[in-house]
Every structure is written in structure tokens, then in C-alpha cells.
Design a protein around this ligand. Structure first.
Ligand code: CYC
Length: 161
């Protein structure tokens, strides 16, 4: 896993150079938003169940997916879906804190699309649910932190599609 600092340092180290101006600017931006990131992570942590519940209500409930024959039908599959959304929220929060998406590649997206395809989990509906979490989260943490979280939610959606 990388973060905004290690990714800049690793890139400079490969070239055996000190940080250039654009790297310094990147770090400045990251440090300037540090307080915002930590505050947002804390708000998300204490509201995670509500965020997921509202996103499910917005995107999935009472659709064909939750009826017999749908992929969320039966409590076992419903629970798997809620658990997956909790993974996405938690790992997007980690990515937002780190300022780098590499943790998502390593721990979430690796092999996920293949798993979903083989189990018949609908990718389109999953993406809609992630986008609903993005909206709910943004309403909770405010537009600036919401935009930052959006980067990582979008990264998961792109990786799934
Ligand atoms: C299943 N989701 C799974 C499975 C994996 C993941 C590996 C198969 C194994 C299992 O059932 O537990 C995902 N596991 C992960 C991820 C990580 C991990 C991301 C990284 C931390 O370790 N179905 C829907 C909804 C959607 C959904 C649209 C929720 C948004 O219709 C999810 N995922 C879903 C469902 C299953 C599943 C229903 C069970 C499918 C089945 O067994 O038939």
C-alpha cells in the first residue's frame, strides 16, 4: 500500500532526485487537507451503518434484485451485499485518508470482477449502490470531503466495470 507521501518519495527515489516542484505541490495539498480527511474518516466511521442503510434504500430496495430470483434475495445474499458495501465504504475511507488508491487495487479489486461474474452478482446494480453511498456520504461530511471520498468510490466503480 502506498500513500500520498510514499508515492511521491518512491517516484523521486527511482530517479535519485530530490522532490521537484510538482511533487512538493502535491504534498502541500495533501498536508493542507489532512485535518479535513481525518475529520471525515471519523464521521464516516461513526455513521457507517446509516450510510449503508440509506444507500441500500436509495439504490436497491424493492427492486427486482431483492425479489425472488434476484441476486439479493435470501437473507444470506442480502447480508453478503451489505457486507460488500461495508467493505467498499471502509476501503474508500482508507484510500481517502492515504490520498492514494493503491490499497483498493491490492485488497478490494484484485479478482473482484471475476468473482462477481462467476456468482452472477450484478455489477451495474453494485455500481449504483456505490454511487448512492457516495451521495449519502457527501451529504454527511460536506462537499469538500465528499469530493475527496468520491475519487475512491469512483475508483472502485471503474475497477468493477
Ligand atoms: C459475494 N462478494 C461476494 C464474494 C466475495 C465478495 C469474495 C463471494 C464469497 C462470499 O459470498 O463471501 C466481495 N470479498 C469481497 C470483497 C472483499 C472480500 C470486495 C475485499 C475486502 O474479501 N448482490 C447484489 C447487490 C450486491 C451484491 C447489487 C451488493 C451491492 O445483488 C453482493 N456479493 C453480493 C452477493 C454475494 C456476494 C449477493 C453472494 C452471491 C452468492 O453467493 O450467490
Amino acid at each position: 500500500m502506498q500513500d500520498a507521501i510514499t508515492s511521491v518519495i518512491n517516484a523521486a527515489d527511482i530517479q535519485g532526485k530530490y522532490l521537484d516542484d510538482s511533487s512538493v505541490e502535491k504534498l502541500k495539498g495533501y498536508f493542507k487537507t489532512g485535518e479535513l480527511r481525518v475529520r471525515a474518516a471519523s464521521t464516516i466511521a461513526s455513521n457507517s451503518a446509516t450510510i449503508i442503510k440509506e444507500a441500500v434504500a436509495k439504490a436497491l430496495l424493492y427492486s427486482d434484485i431483492t425479489r425472488p430470483g434476484g441476486n439479493m434475495y435470501t437473507t444470506r445474499r442480502y447480508a453478503a451485499c451489505i457486507r460488500d458495501l461495508d467493505y467498499y465504504l471502509r476501503y474508500a475511507t482508507y484510500g481517502m485518508l492515504a490520498g492514494d488508491p493503491s490499497i483498493l487495487d491490492e485488497r478490494v479489486l484484485n479478482g473482484l470482477k471475476e468473482t462477481y461474474n462467476s456468482l452472477g452478482v450484478p455489477v451495474g446494480a453494485t455500481i449504483q449502490a456505490i454511487q448512492a453511498m457516495e451521495e449519502v456520504t457527501s451529504g454527511l461530511v460536506g462537499p469538500e470531503a465528499g469530493k475527496e471520498m468520491g475519487l475512491y468510490f469512483d475508483y472502485i466503480c471503474t475497477g468493477l466495470s
